[in-house]
Design a binder for this molecule. Structure first.
Ligand code: COA
Length: 378
């Protein structure tokens, strides 16, 4: 009996899997909105904490609401002694994405409300994750270099505190602003692979720590969040703008991917790139090193002219983080610190109107056949 082959949307290209009111990507106009606000406007007129509130509550906070949100975040930053002990046991060469994935899973073991998947409990747990993930990221980074973790400072706002925990000092306001902008730009992006993973786990009725652990695993891949690290490795391998053309021609000859370019949804430019590039340029000015931005410019020009492929957010974010002084393996964990906001917003949304996510596969294996007993198989 012959079966008709259903249409297969490999990689779920072009498939609408659900409705969502969190954010909207408009590839025709290269634009992105969070809860109706253009992301560029949020970068110029709001802070990451305001955007986190917006994603979770649907509206920008009043001053009083923001204050309460910030107080809650600051009160939840500390890691338990048990988690700190576990972080110390990780292999020194463990990738920080594996460290943070394991740390978040451990936070689920410790959280008093892990099993409570009511909306109110999910929101309280999301706040604890927002507050604790940067502490765990910074601690894992310092321990991997043989340094002692630095306790969070509840007198400092979110971004300043992160720099304090990584470097032991707070940089000048231009650096904080550029970091804050990157956090806003990384916060949310509709049904990307890691967000869809978080929604899939949530759809089974599993807890938010499980959903976020799985989302972190998905984000690590170089075709997703891992690209911001790959971009910086690439720029360092090239070495400078004068070597960029020869390097990229070598990639074209081998039909190799150039990291930080291309996007599944945006085909004529990523809405977030101009804003992030502007702030990466500012970092180059602050540091007094234009090498990476110049190299990037040459690559982007050739990719557009010859392949018609535009850069994505990871392309300017990689050198921006490098110029801020972060170790390259910390780039994708920083993305986690930001995207916990978008992931959690989707966990809340999925939970509020849930149906188990369970697609079909079209079978292409051998036809049904009888089992031959072991004795007869020789
Ligand atoms: N370098 C070189 N060629 C690329 C490319 C890149 N970064 N991105 C896409 N292409 C090529 C593809 O190989 C394909 O060529 P082909 O038609 O000869 O096979 C063509 O452009 C179209 O690719 P497309 O179908 O649009 O890609 P996709 O939607 O399946 O994949 C990405 C999107 C993001 C996975 C892909 O662009 C990629 O791997 N980019 C590099 C990793 C990266 O920066 N990821 C971060 C994403 S935010």
């Amino acid at each position: 009996m012959s079966e008709t082959t259903p249409t297969i949307y490999k990689g779920l290209v072009g498939v609408y899997a659900d409705v969502s009111a969190v954010s909207k990507v408009m590839p025709e106009t290269n634009s992105l909105t969070y809860r109706g606000y253009a992301v560029q406007d949020l970068c110029e007129q709001a802070s990451f904490e305001e955007v986190a509130y917006l994603l979770w509550h649907g509206e920008l906070p009043s001053q009083a609401q923001l204050k309460a949100f910030q107080q809650e975040e600051r009160a939840n930053r500390a890691l338990s002694p048990a988690l700190l002990r576990v972080l110390r046991e990780f292999p020194k060469d463990a990738h920080p994405m594996d460290a943070i994935r394991t740390a978040v899973s451990f936070m689920g073991l410790e959280d008093p409300e892990t099993a409570d998947t009511s909306d109110a409990a999910q929101r309280r747990k999301a706040m604890r994750l927002l507050a604790k993930i940067p502490t765990a990221v910074a601690a894992a980074n310092r321990l991997s270099k043989g340094q002692e973790p630095l306790a969070p400072d509840s007198a400092l706002p979110y971004c300043e505190n992160f720099f304090h925990m990584v470097f032991g000092k707070v940089p000048q306001p231009e650096v904080i602003k550029a970091f804050d902008v990157s956090m806003i730009l990384y916060a949310e992006h509709t049904f990307n692979a890691s967000t869809f993973t978080a929604r899939t786990v949530t759809s089974t009725g599993a807890d938010i720590h499980g959903a976020i652990t799985a989302a972190i695993a998905a984000l690590k891949g170089p075709l997703h969040g891992g690209a911001n690290e790959a971009v910086m490795h690439m720029l360092k391998e090239i070495g400078g703008p004068d070597k960029a053309e020869e390097w990229i021609r070598g990639k074209f000859d081998h039909k190799a991917l150039v990291m930080g370019f291309g996007h599944r949804v945006y085909k004529s430019g990523d809405s977030r790139v101009p804003t992030m590039t502007k702030y990466a340029e500012k970092m180059a000015e602050v540091v007094g090193d234009r090498r990476w931005m110049e190299t990037s410019r040459v690559l982007a020009e050739i990719m557009l002219r010859e392949k018609k492929i535009h850069p994505n957010l990871d392309f300017p974010a990689g050198p921006a983080y490098y110029l801020m002084g972060f170790d390259i393996p910390l780039f994708t964990p920083i993305f986690v610190c930001s995207r916990i906001t978008g992931w959690a917003a989707h966990v809340f949304e999925q939970g509020a109107d849930n149906r188990l996510i369970r697609p079909l596969s079209h079978y292409t294996g051998v036809a049904q056949r009888p089992v031959v007993p072991l004795a007869q198989r020789g």
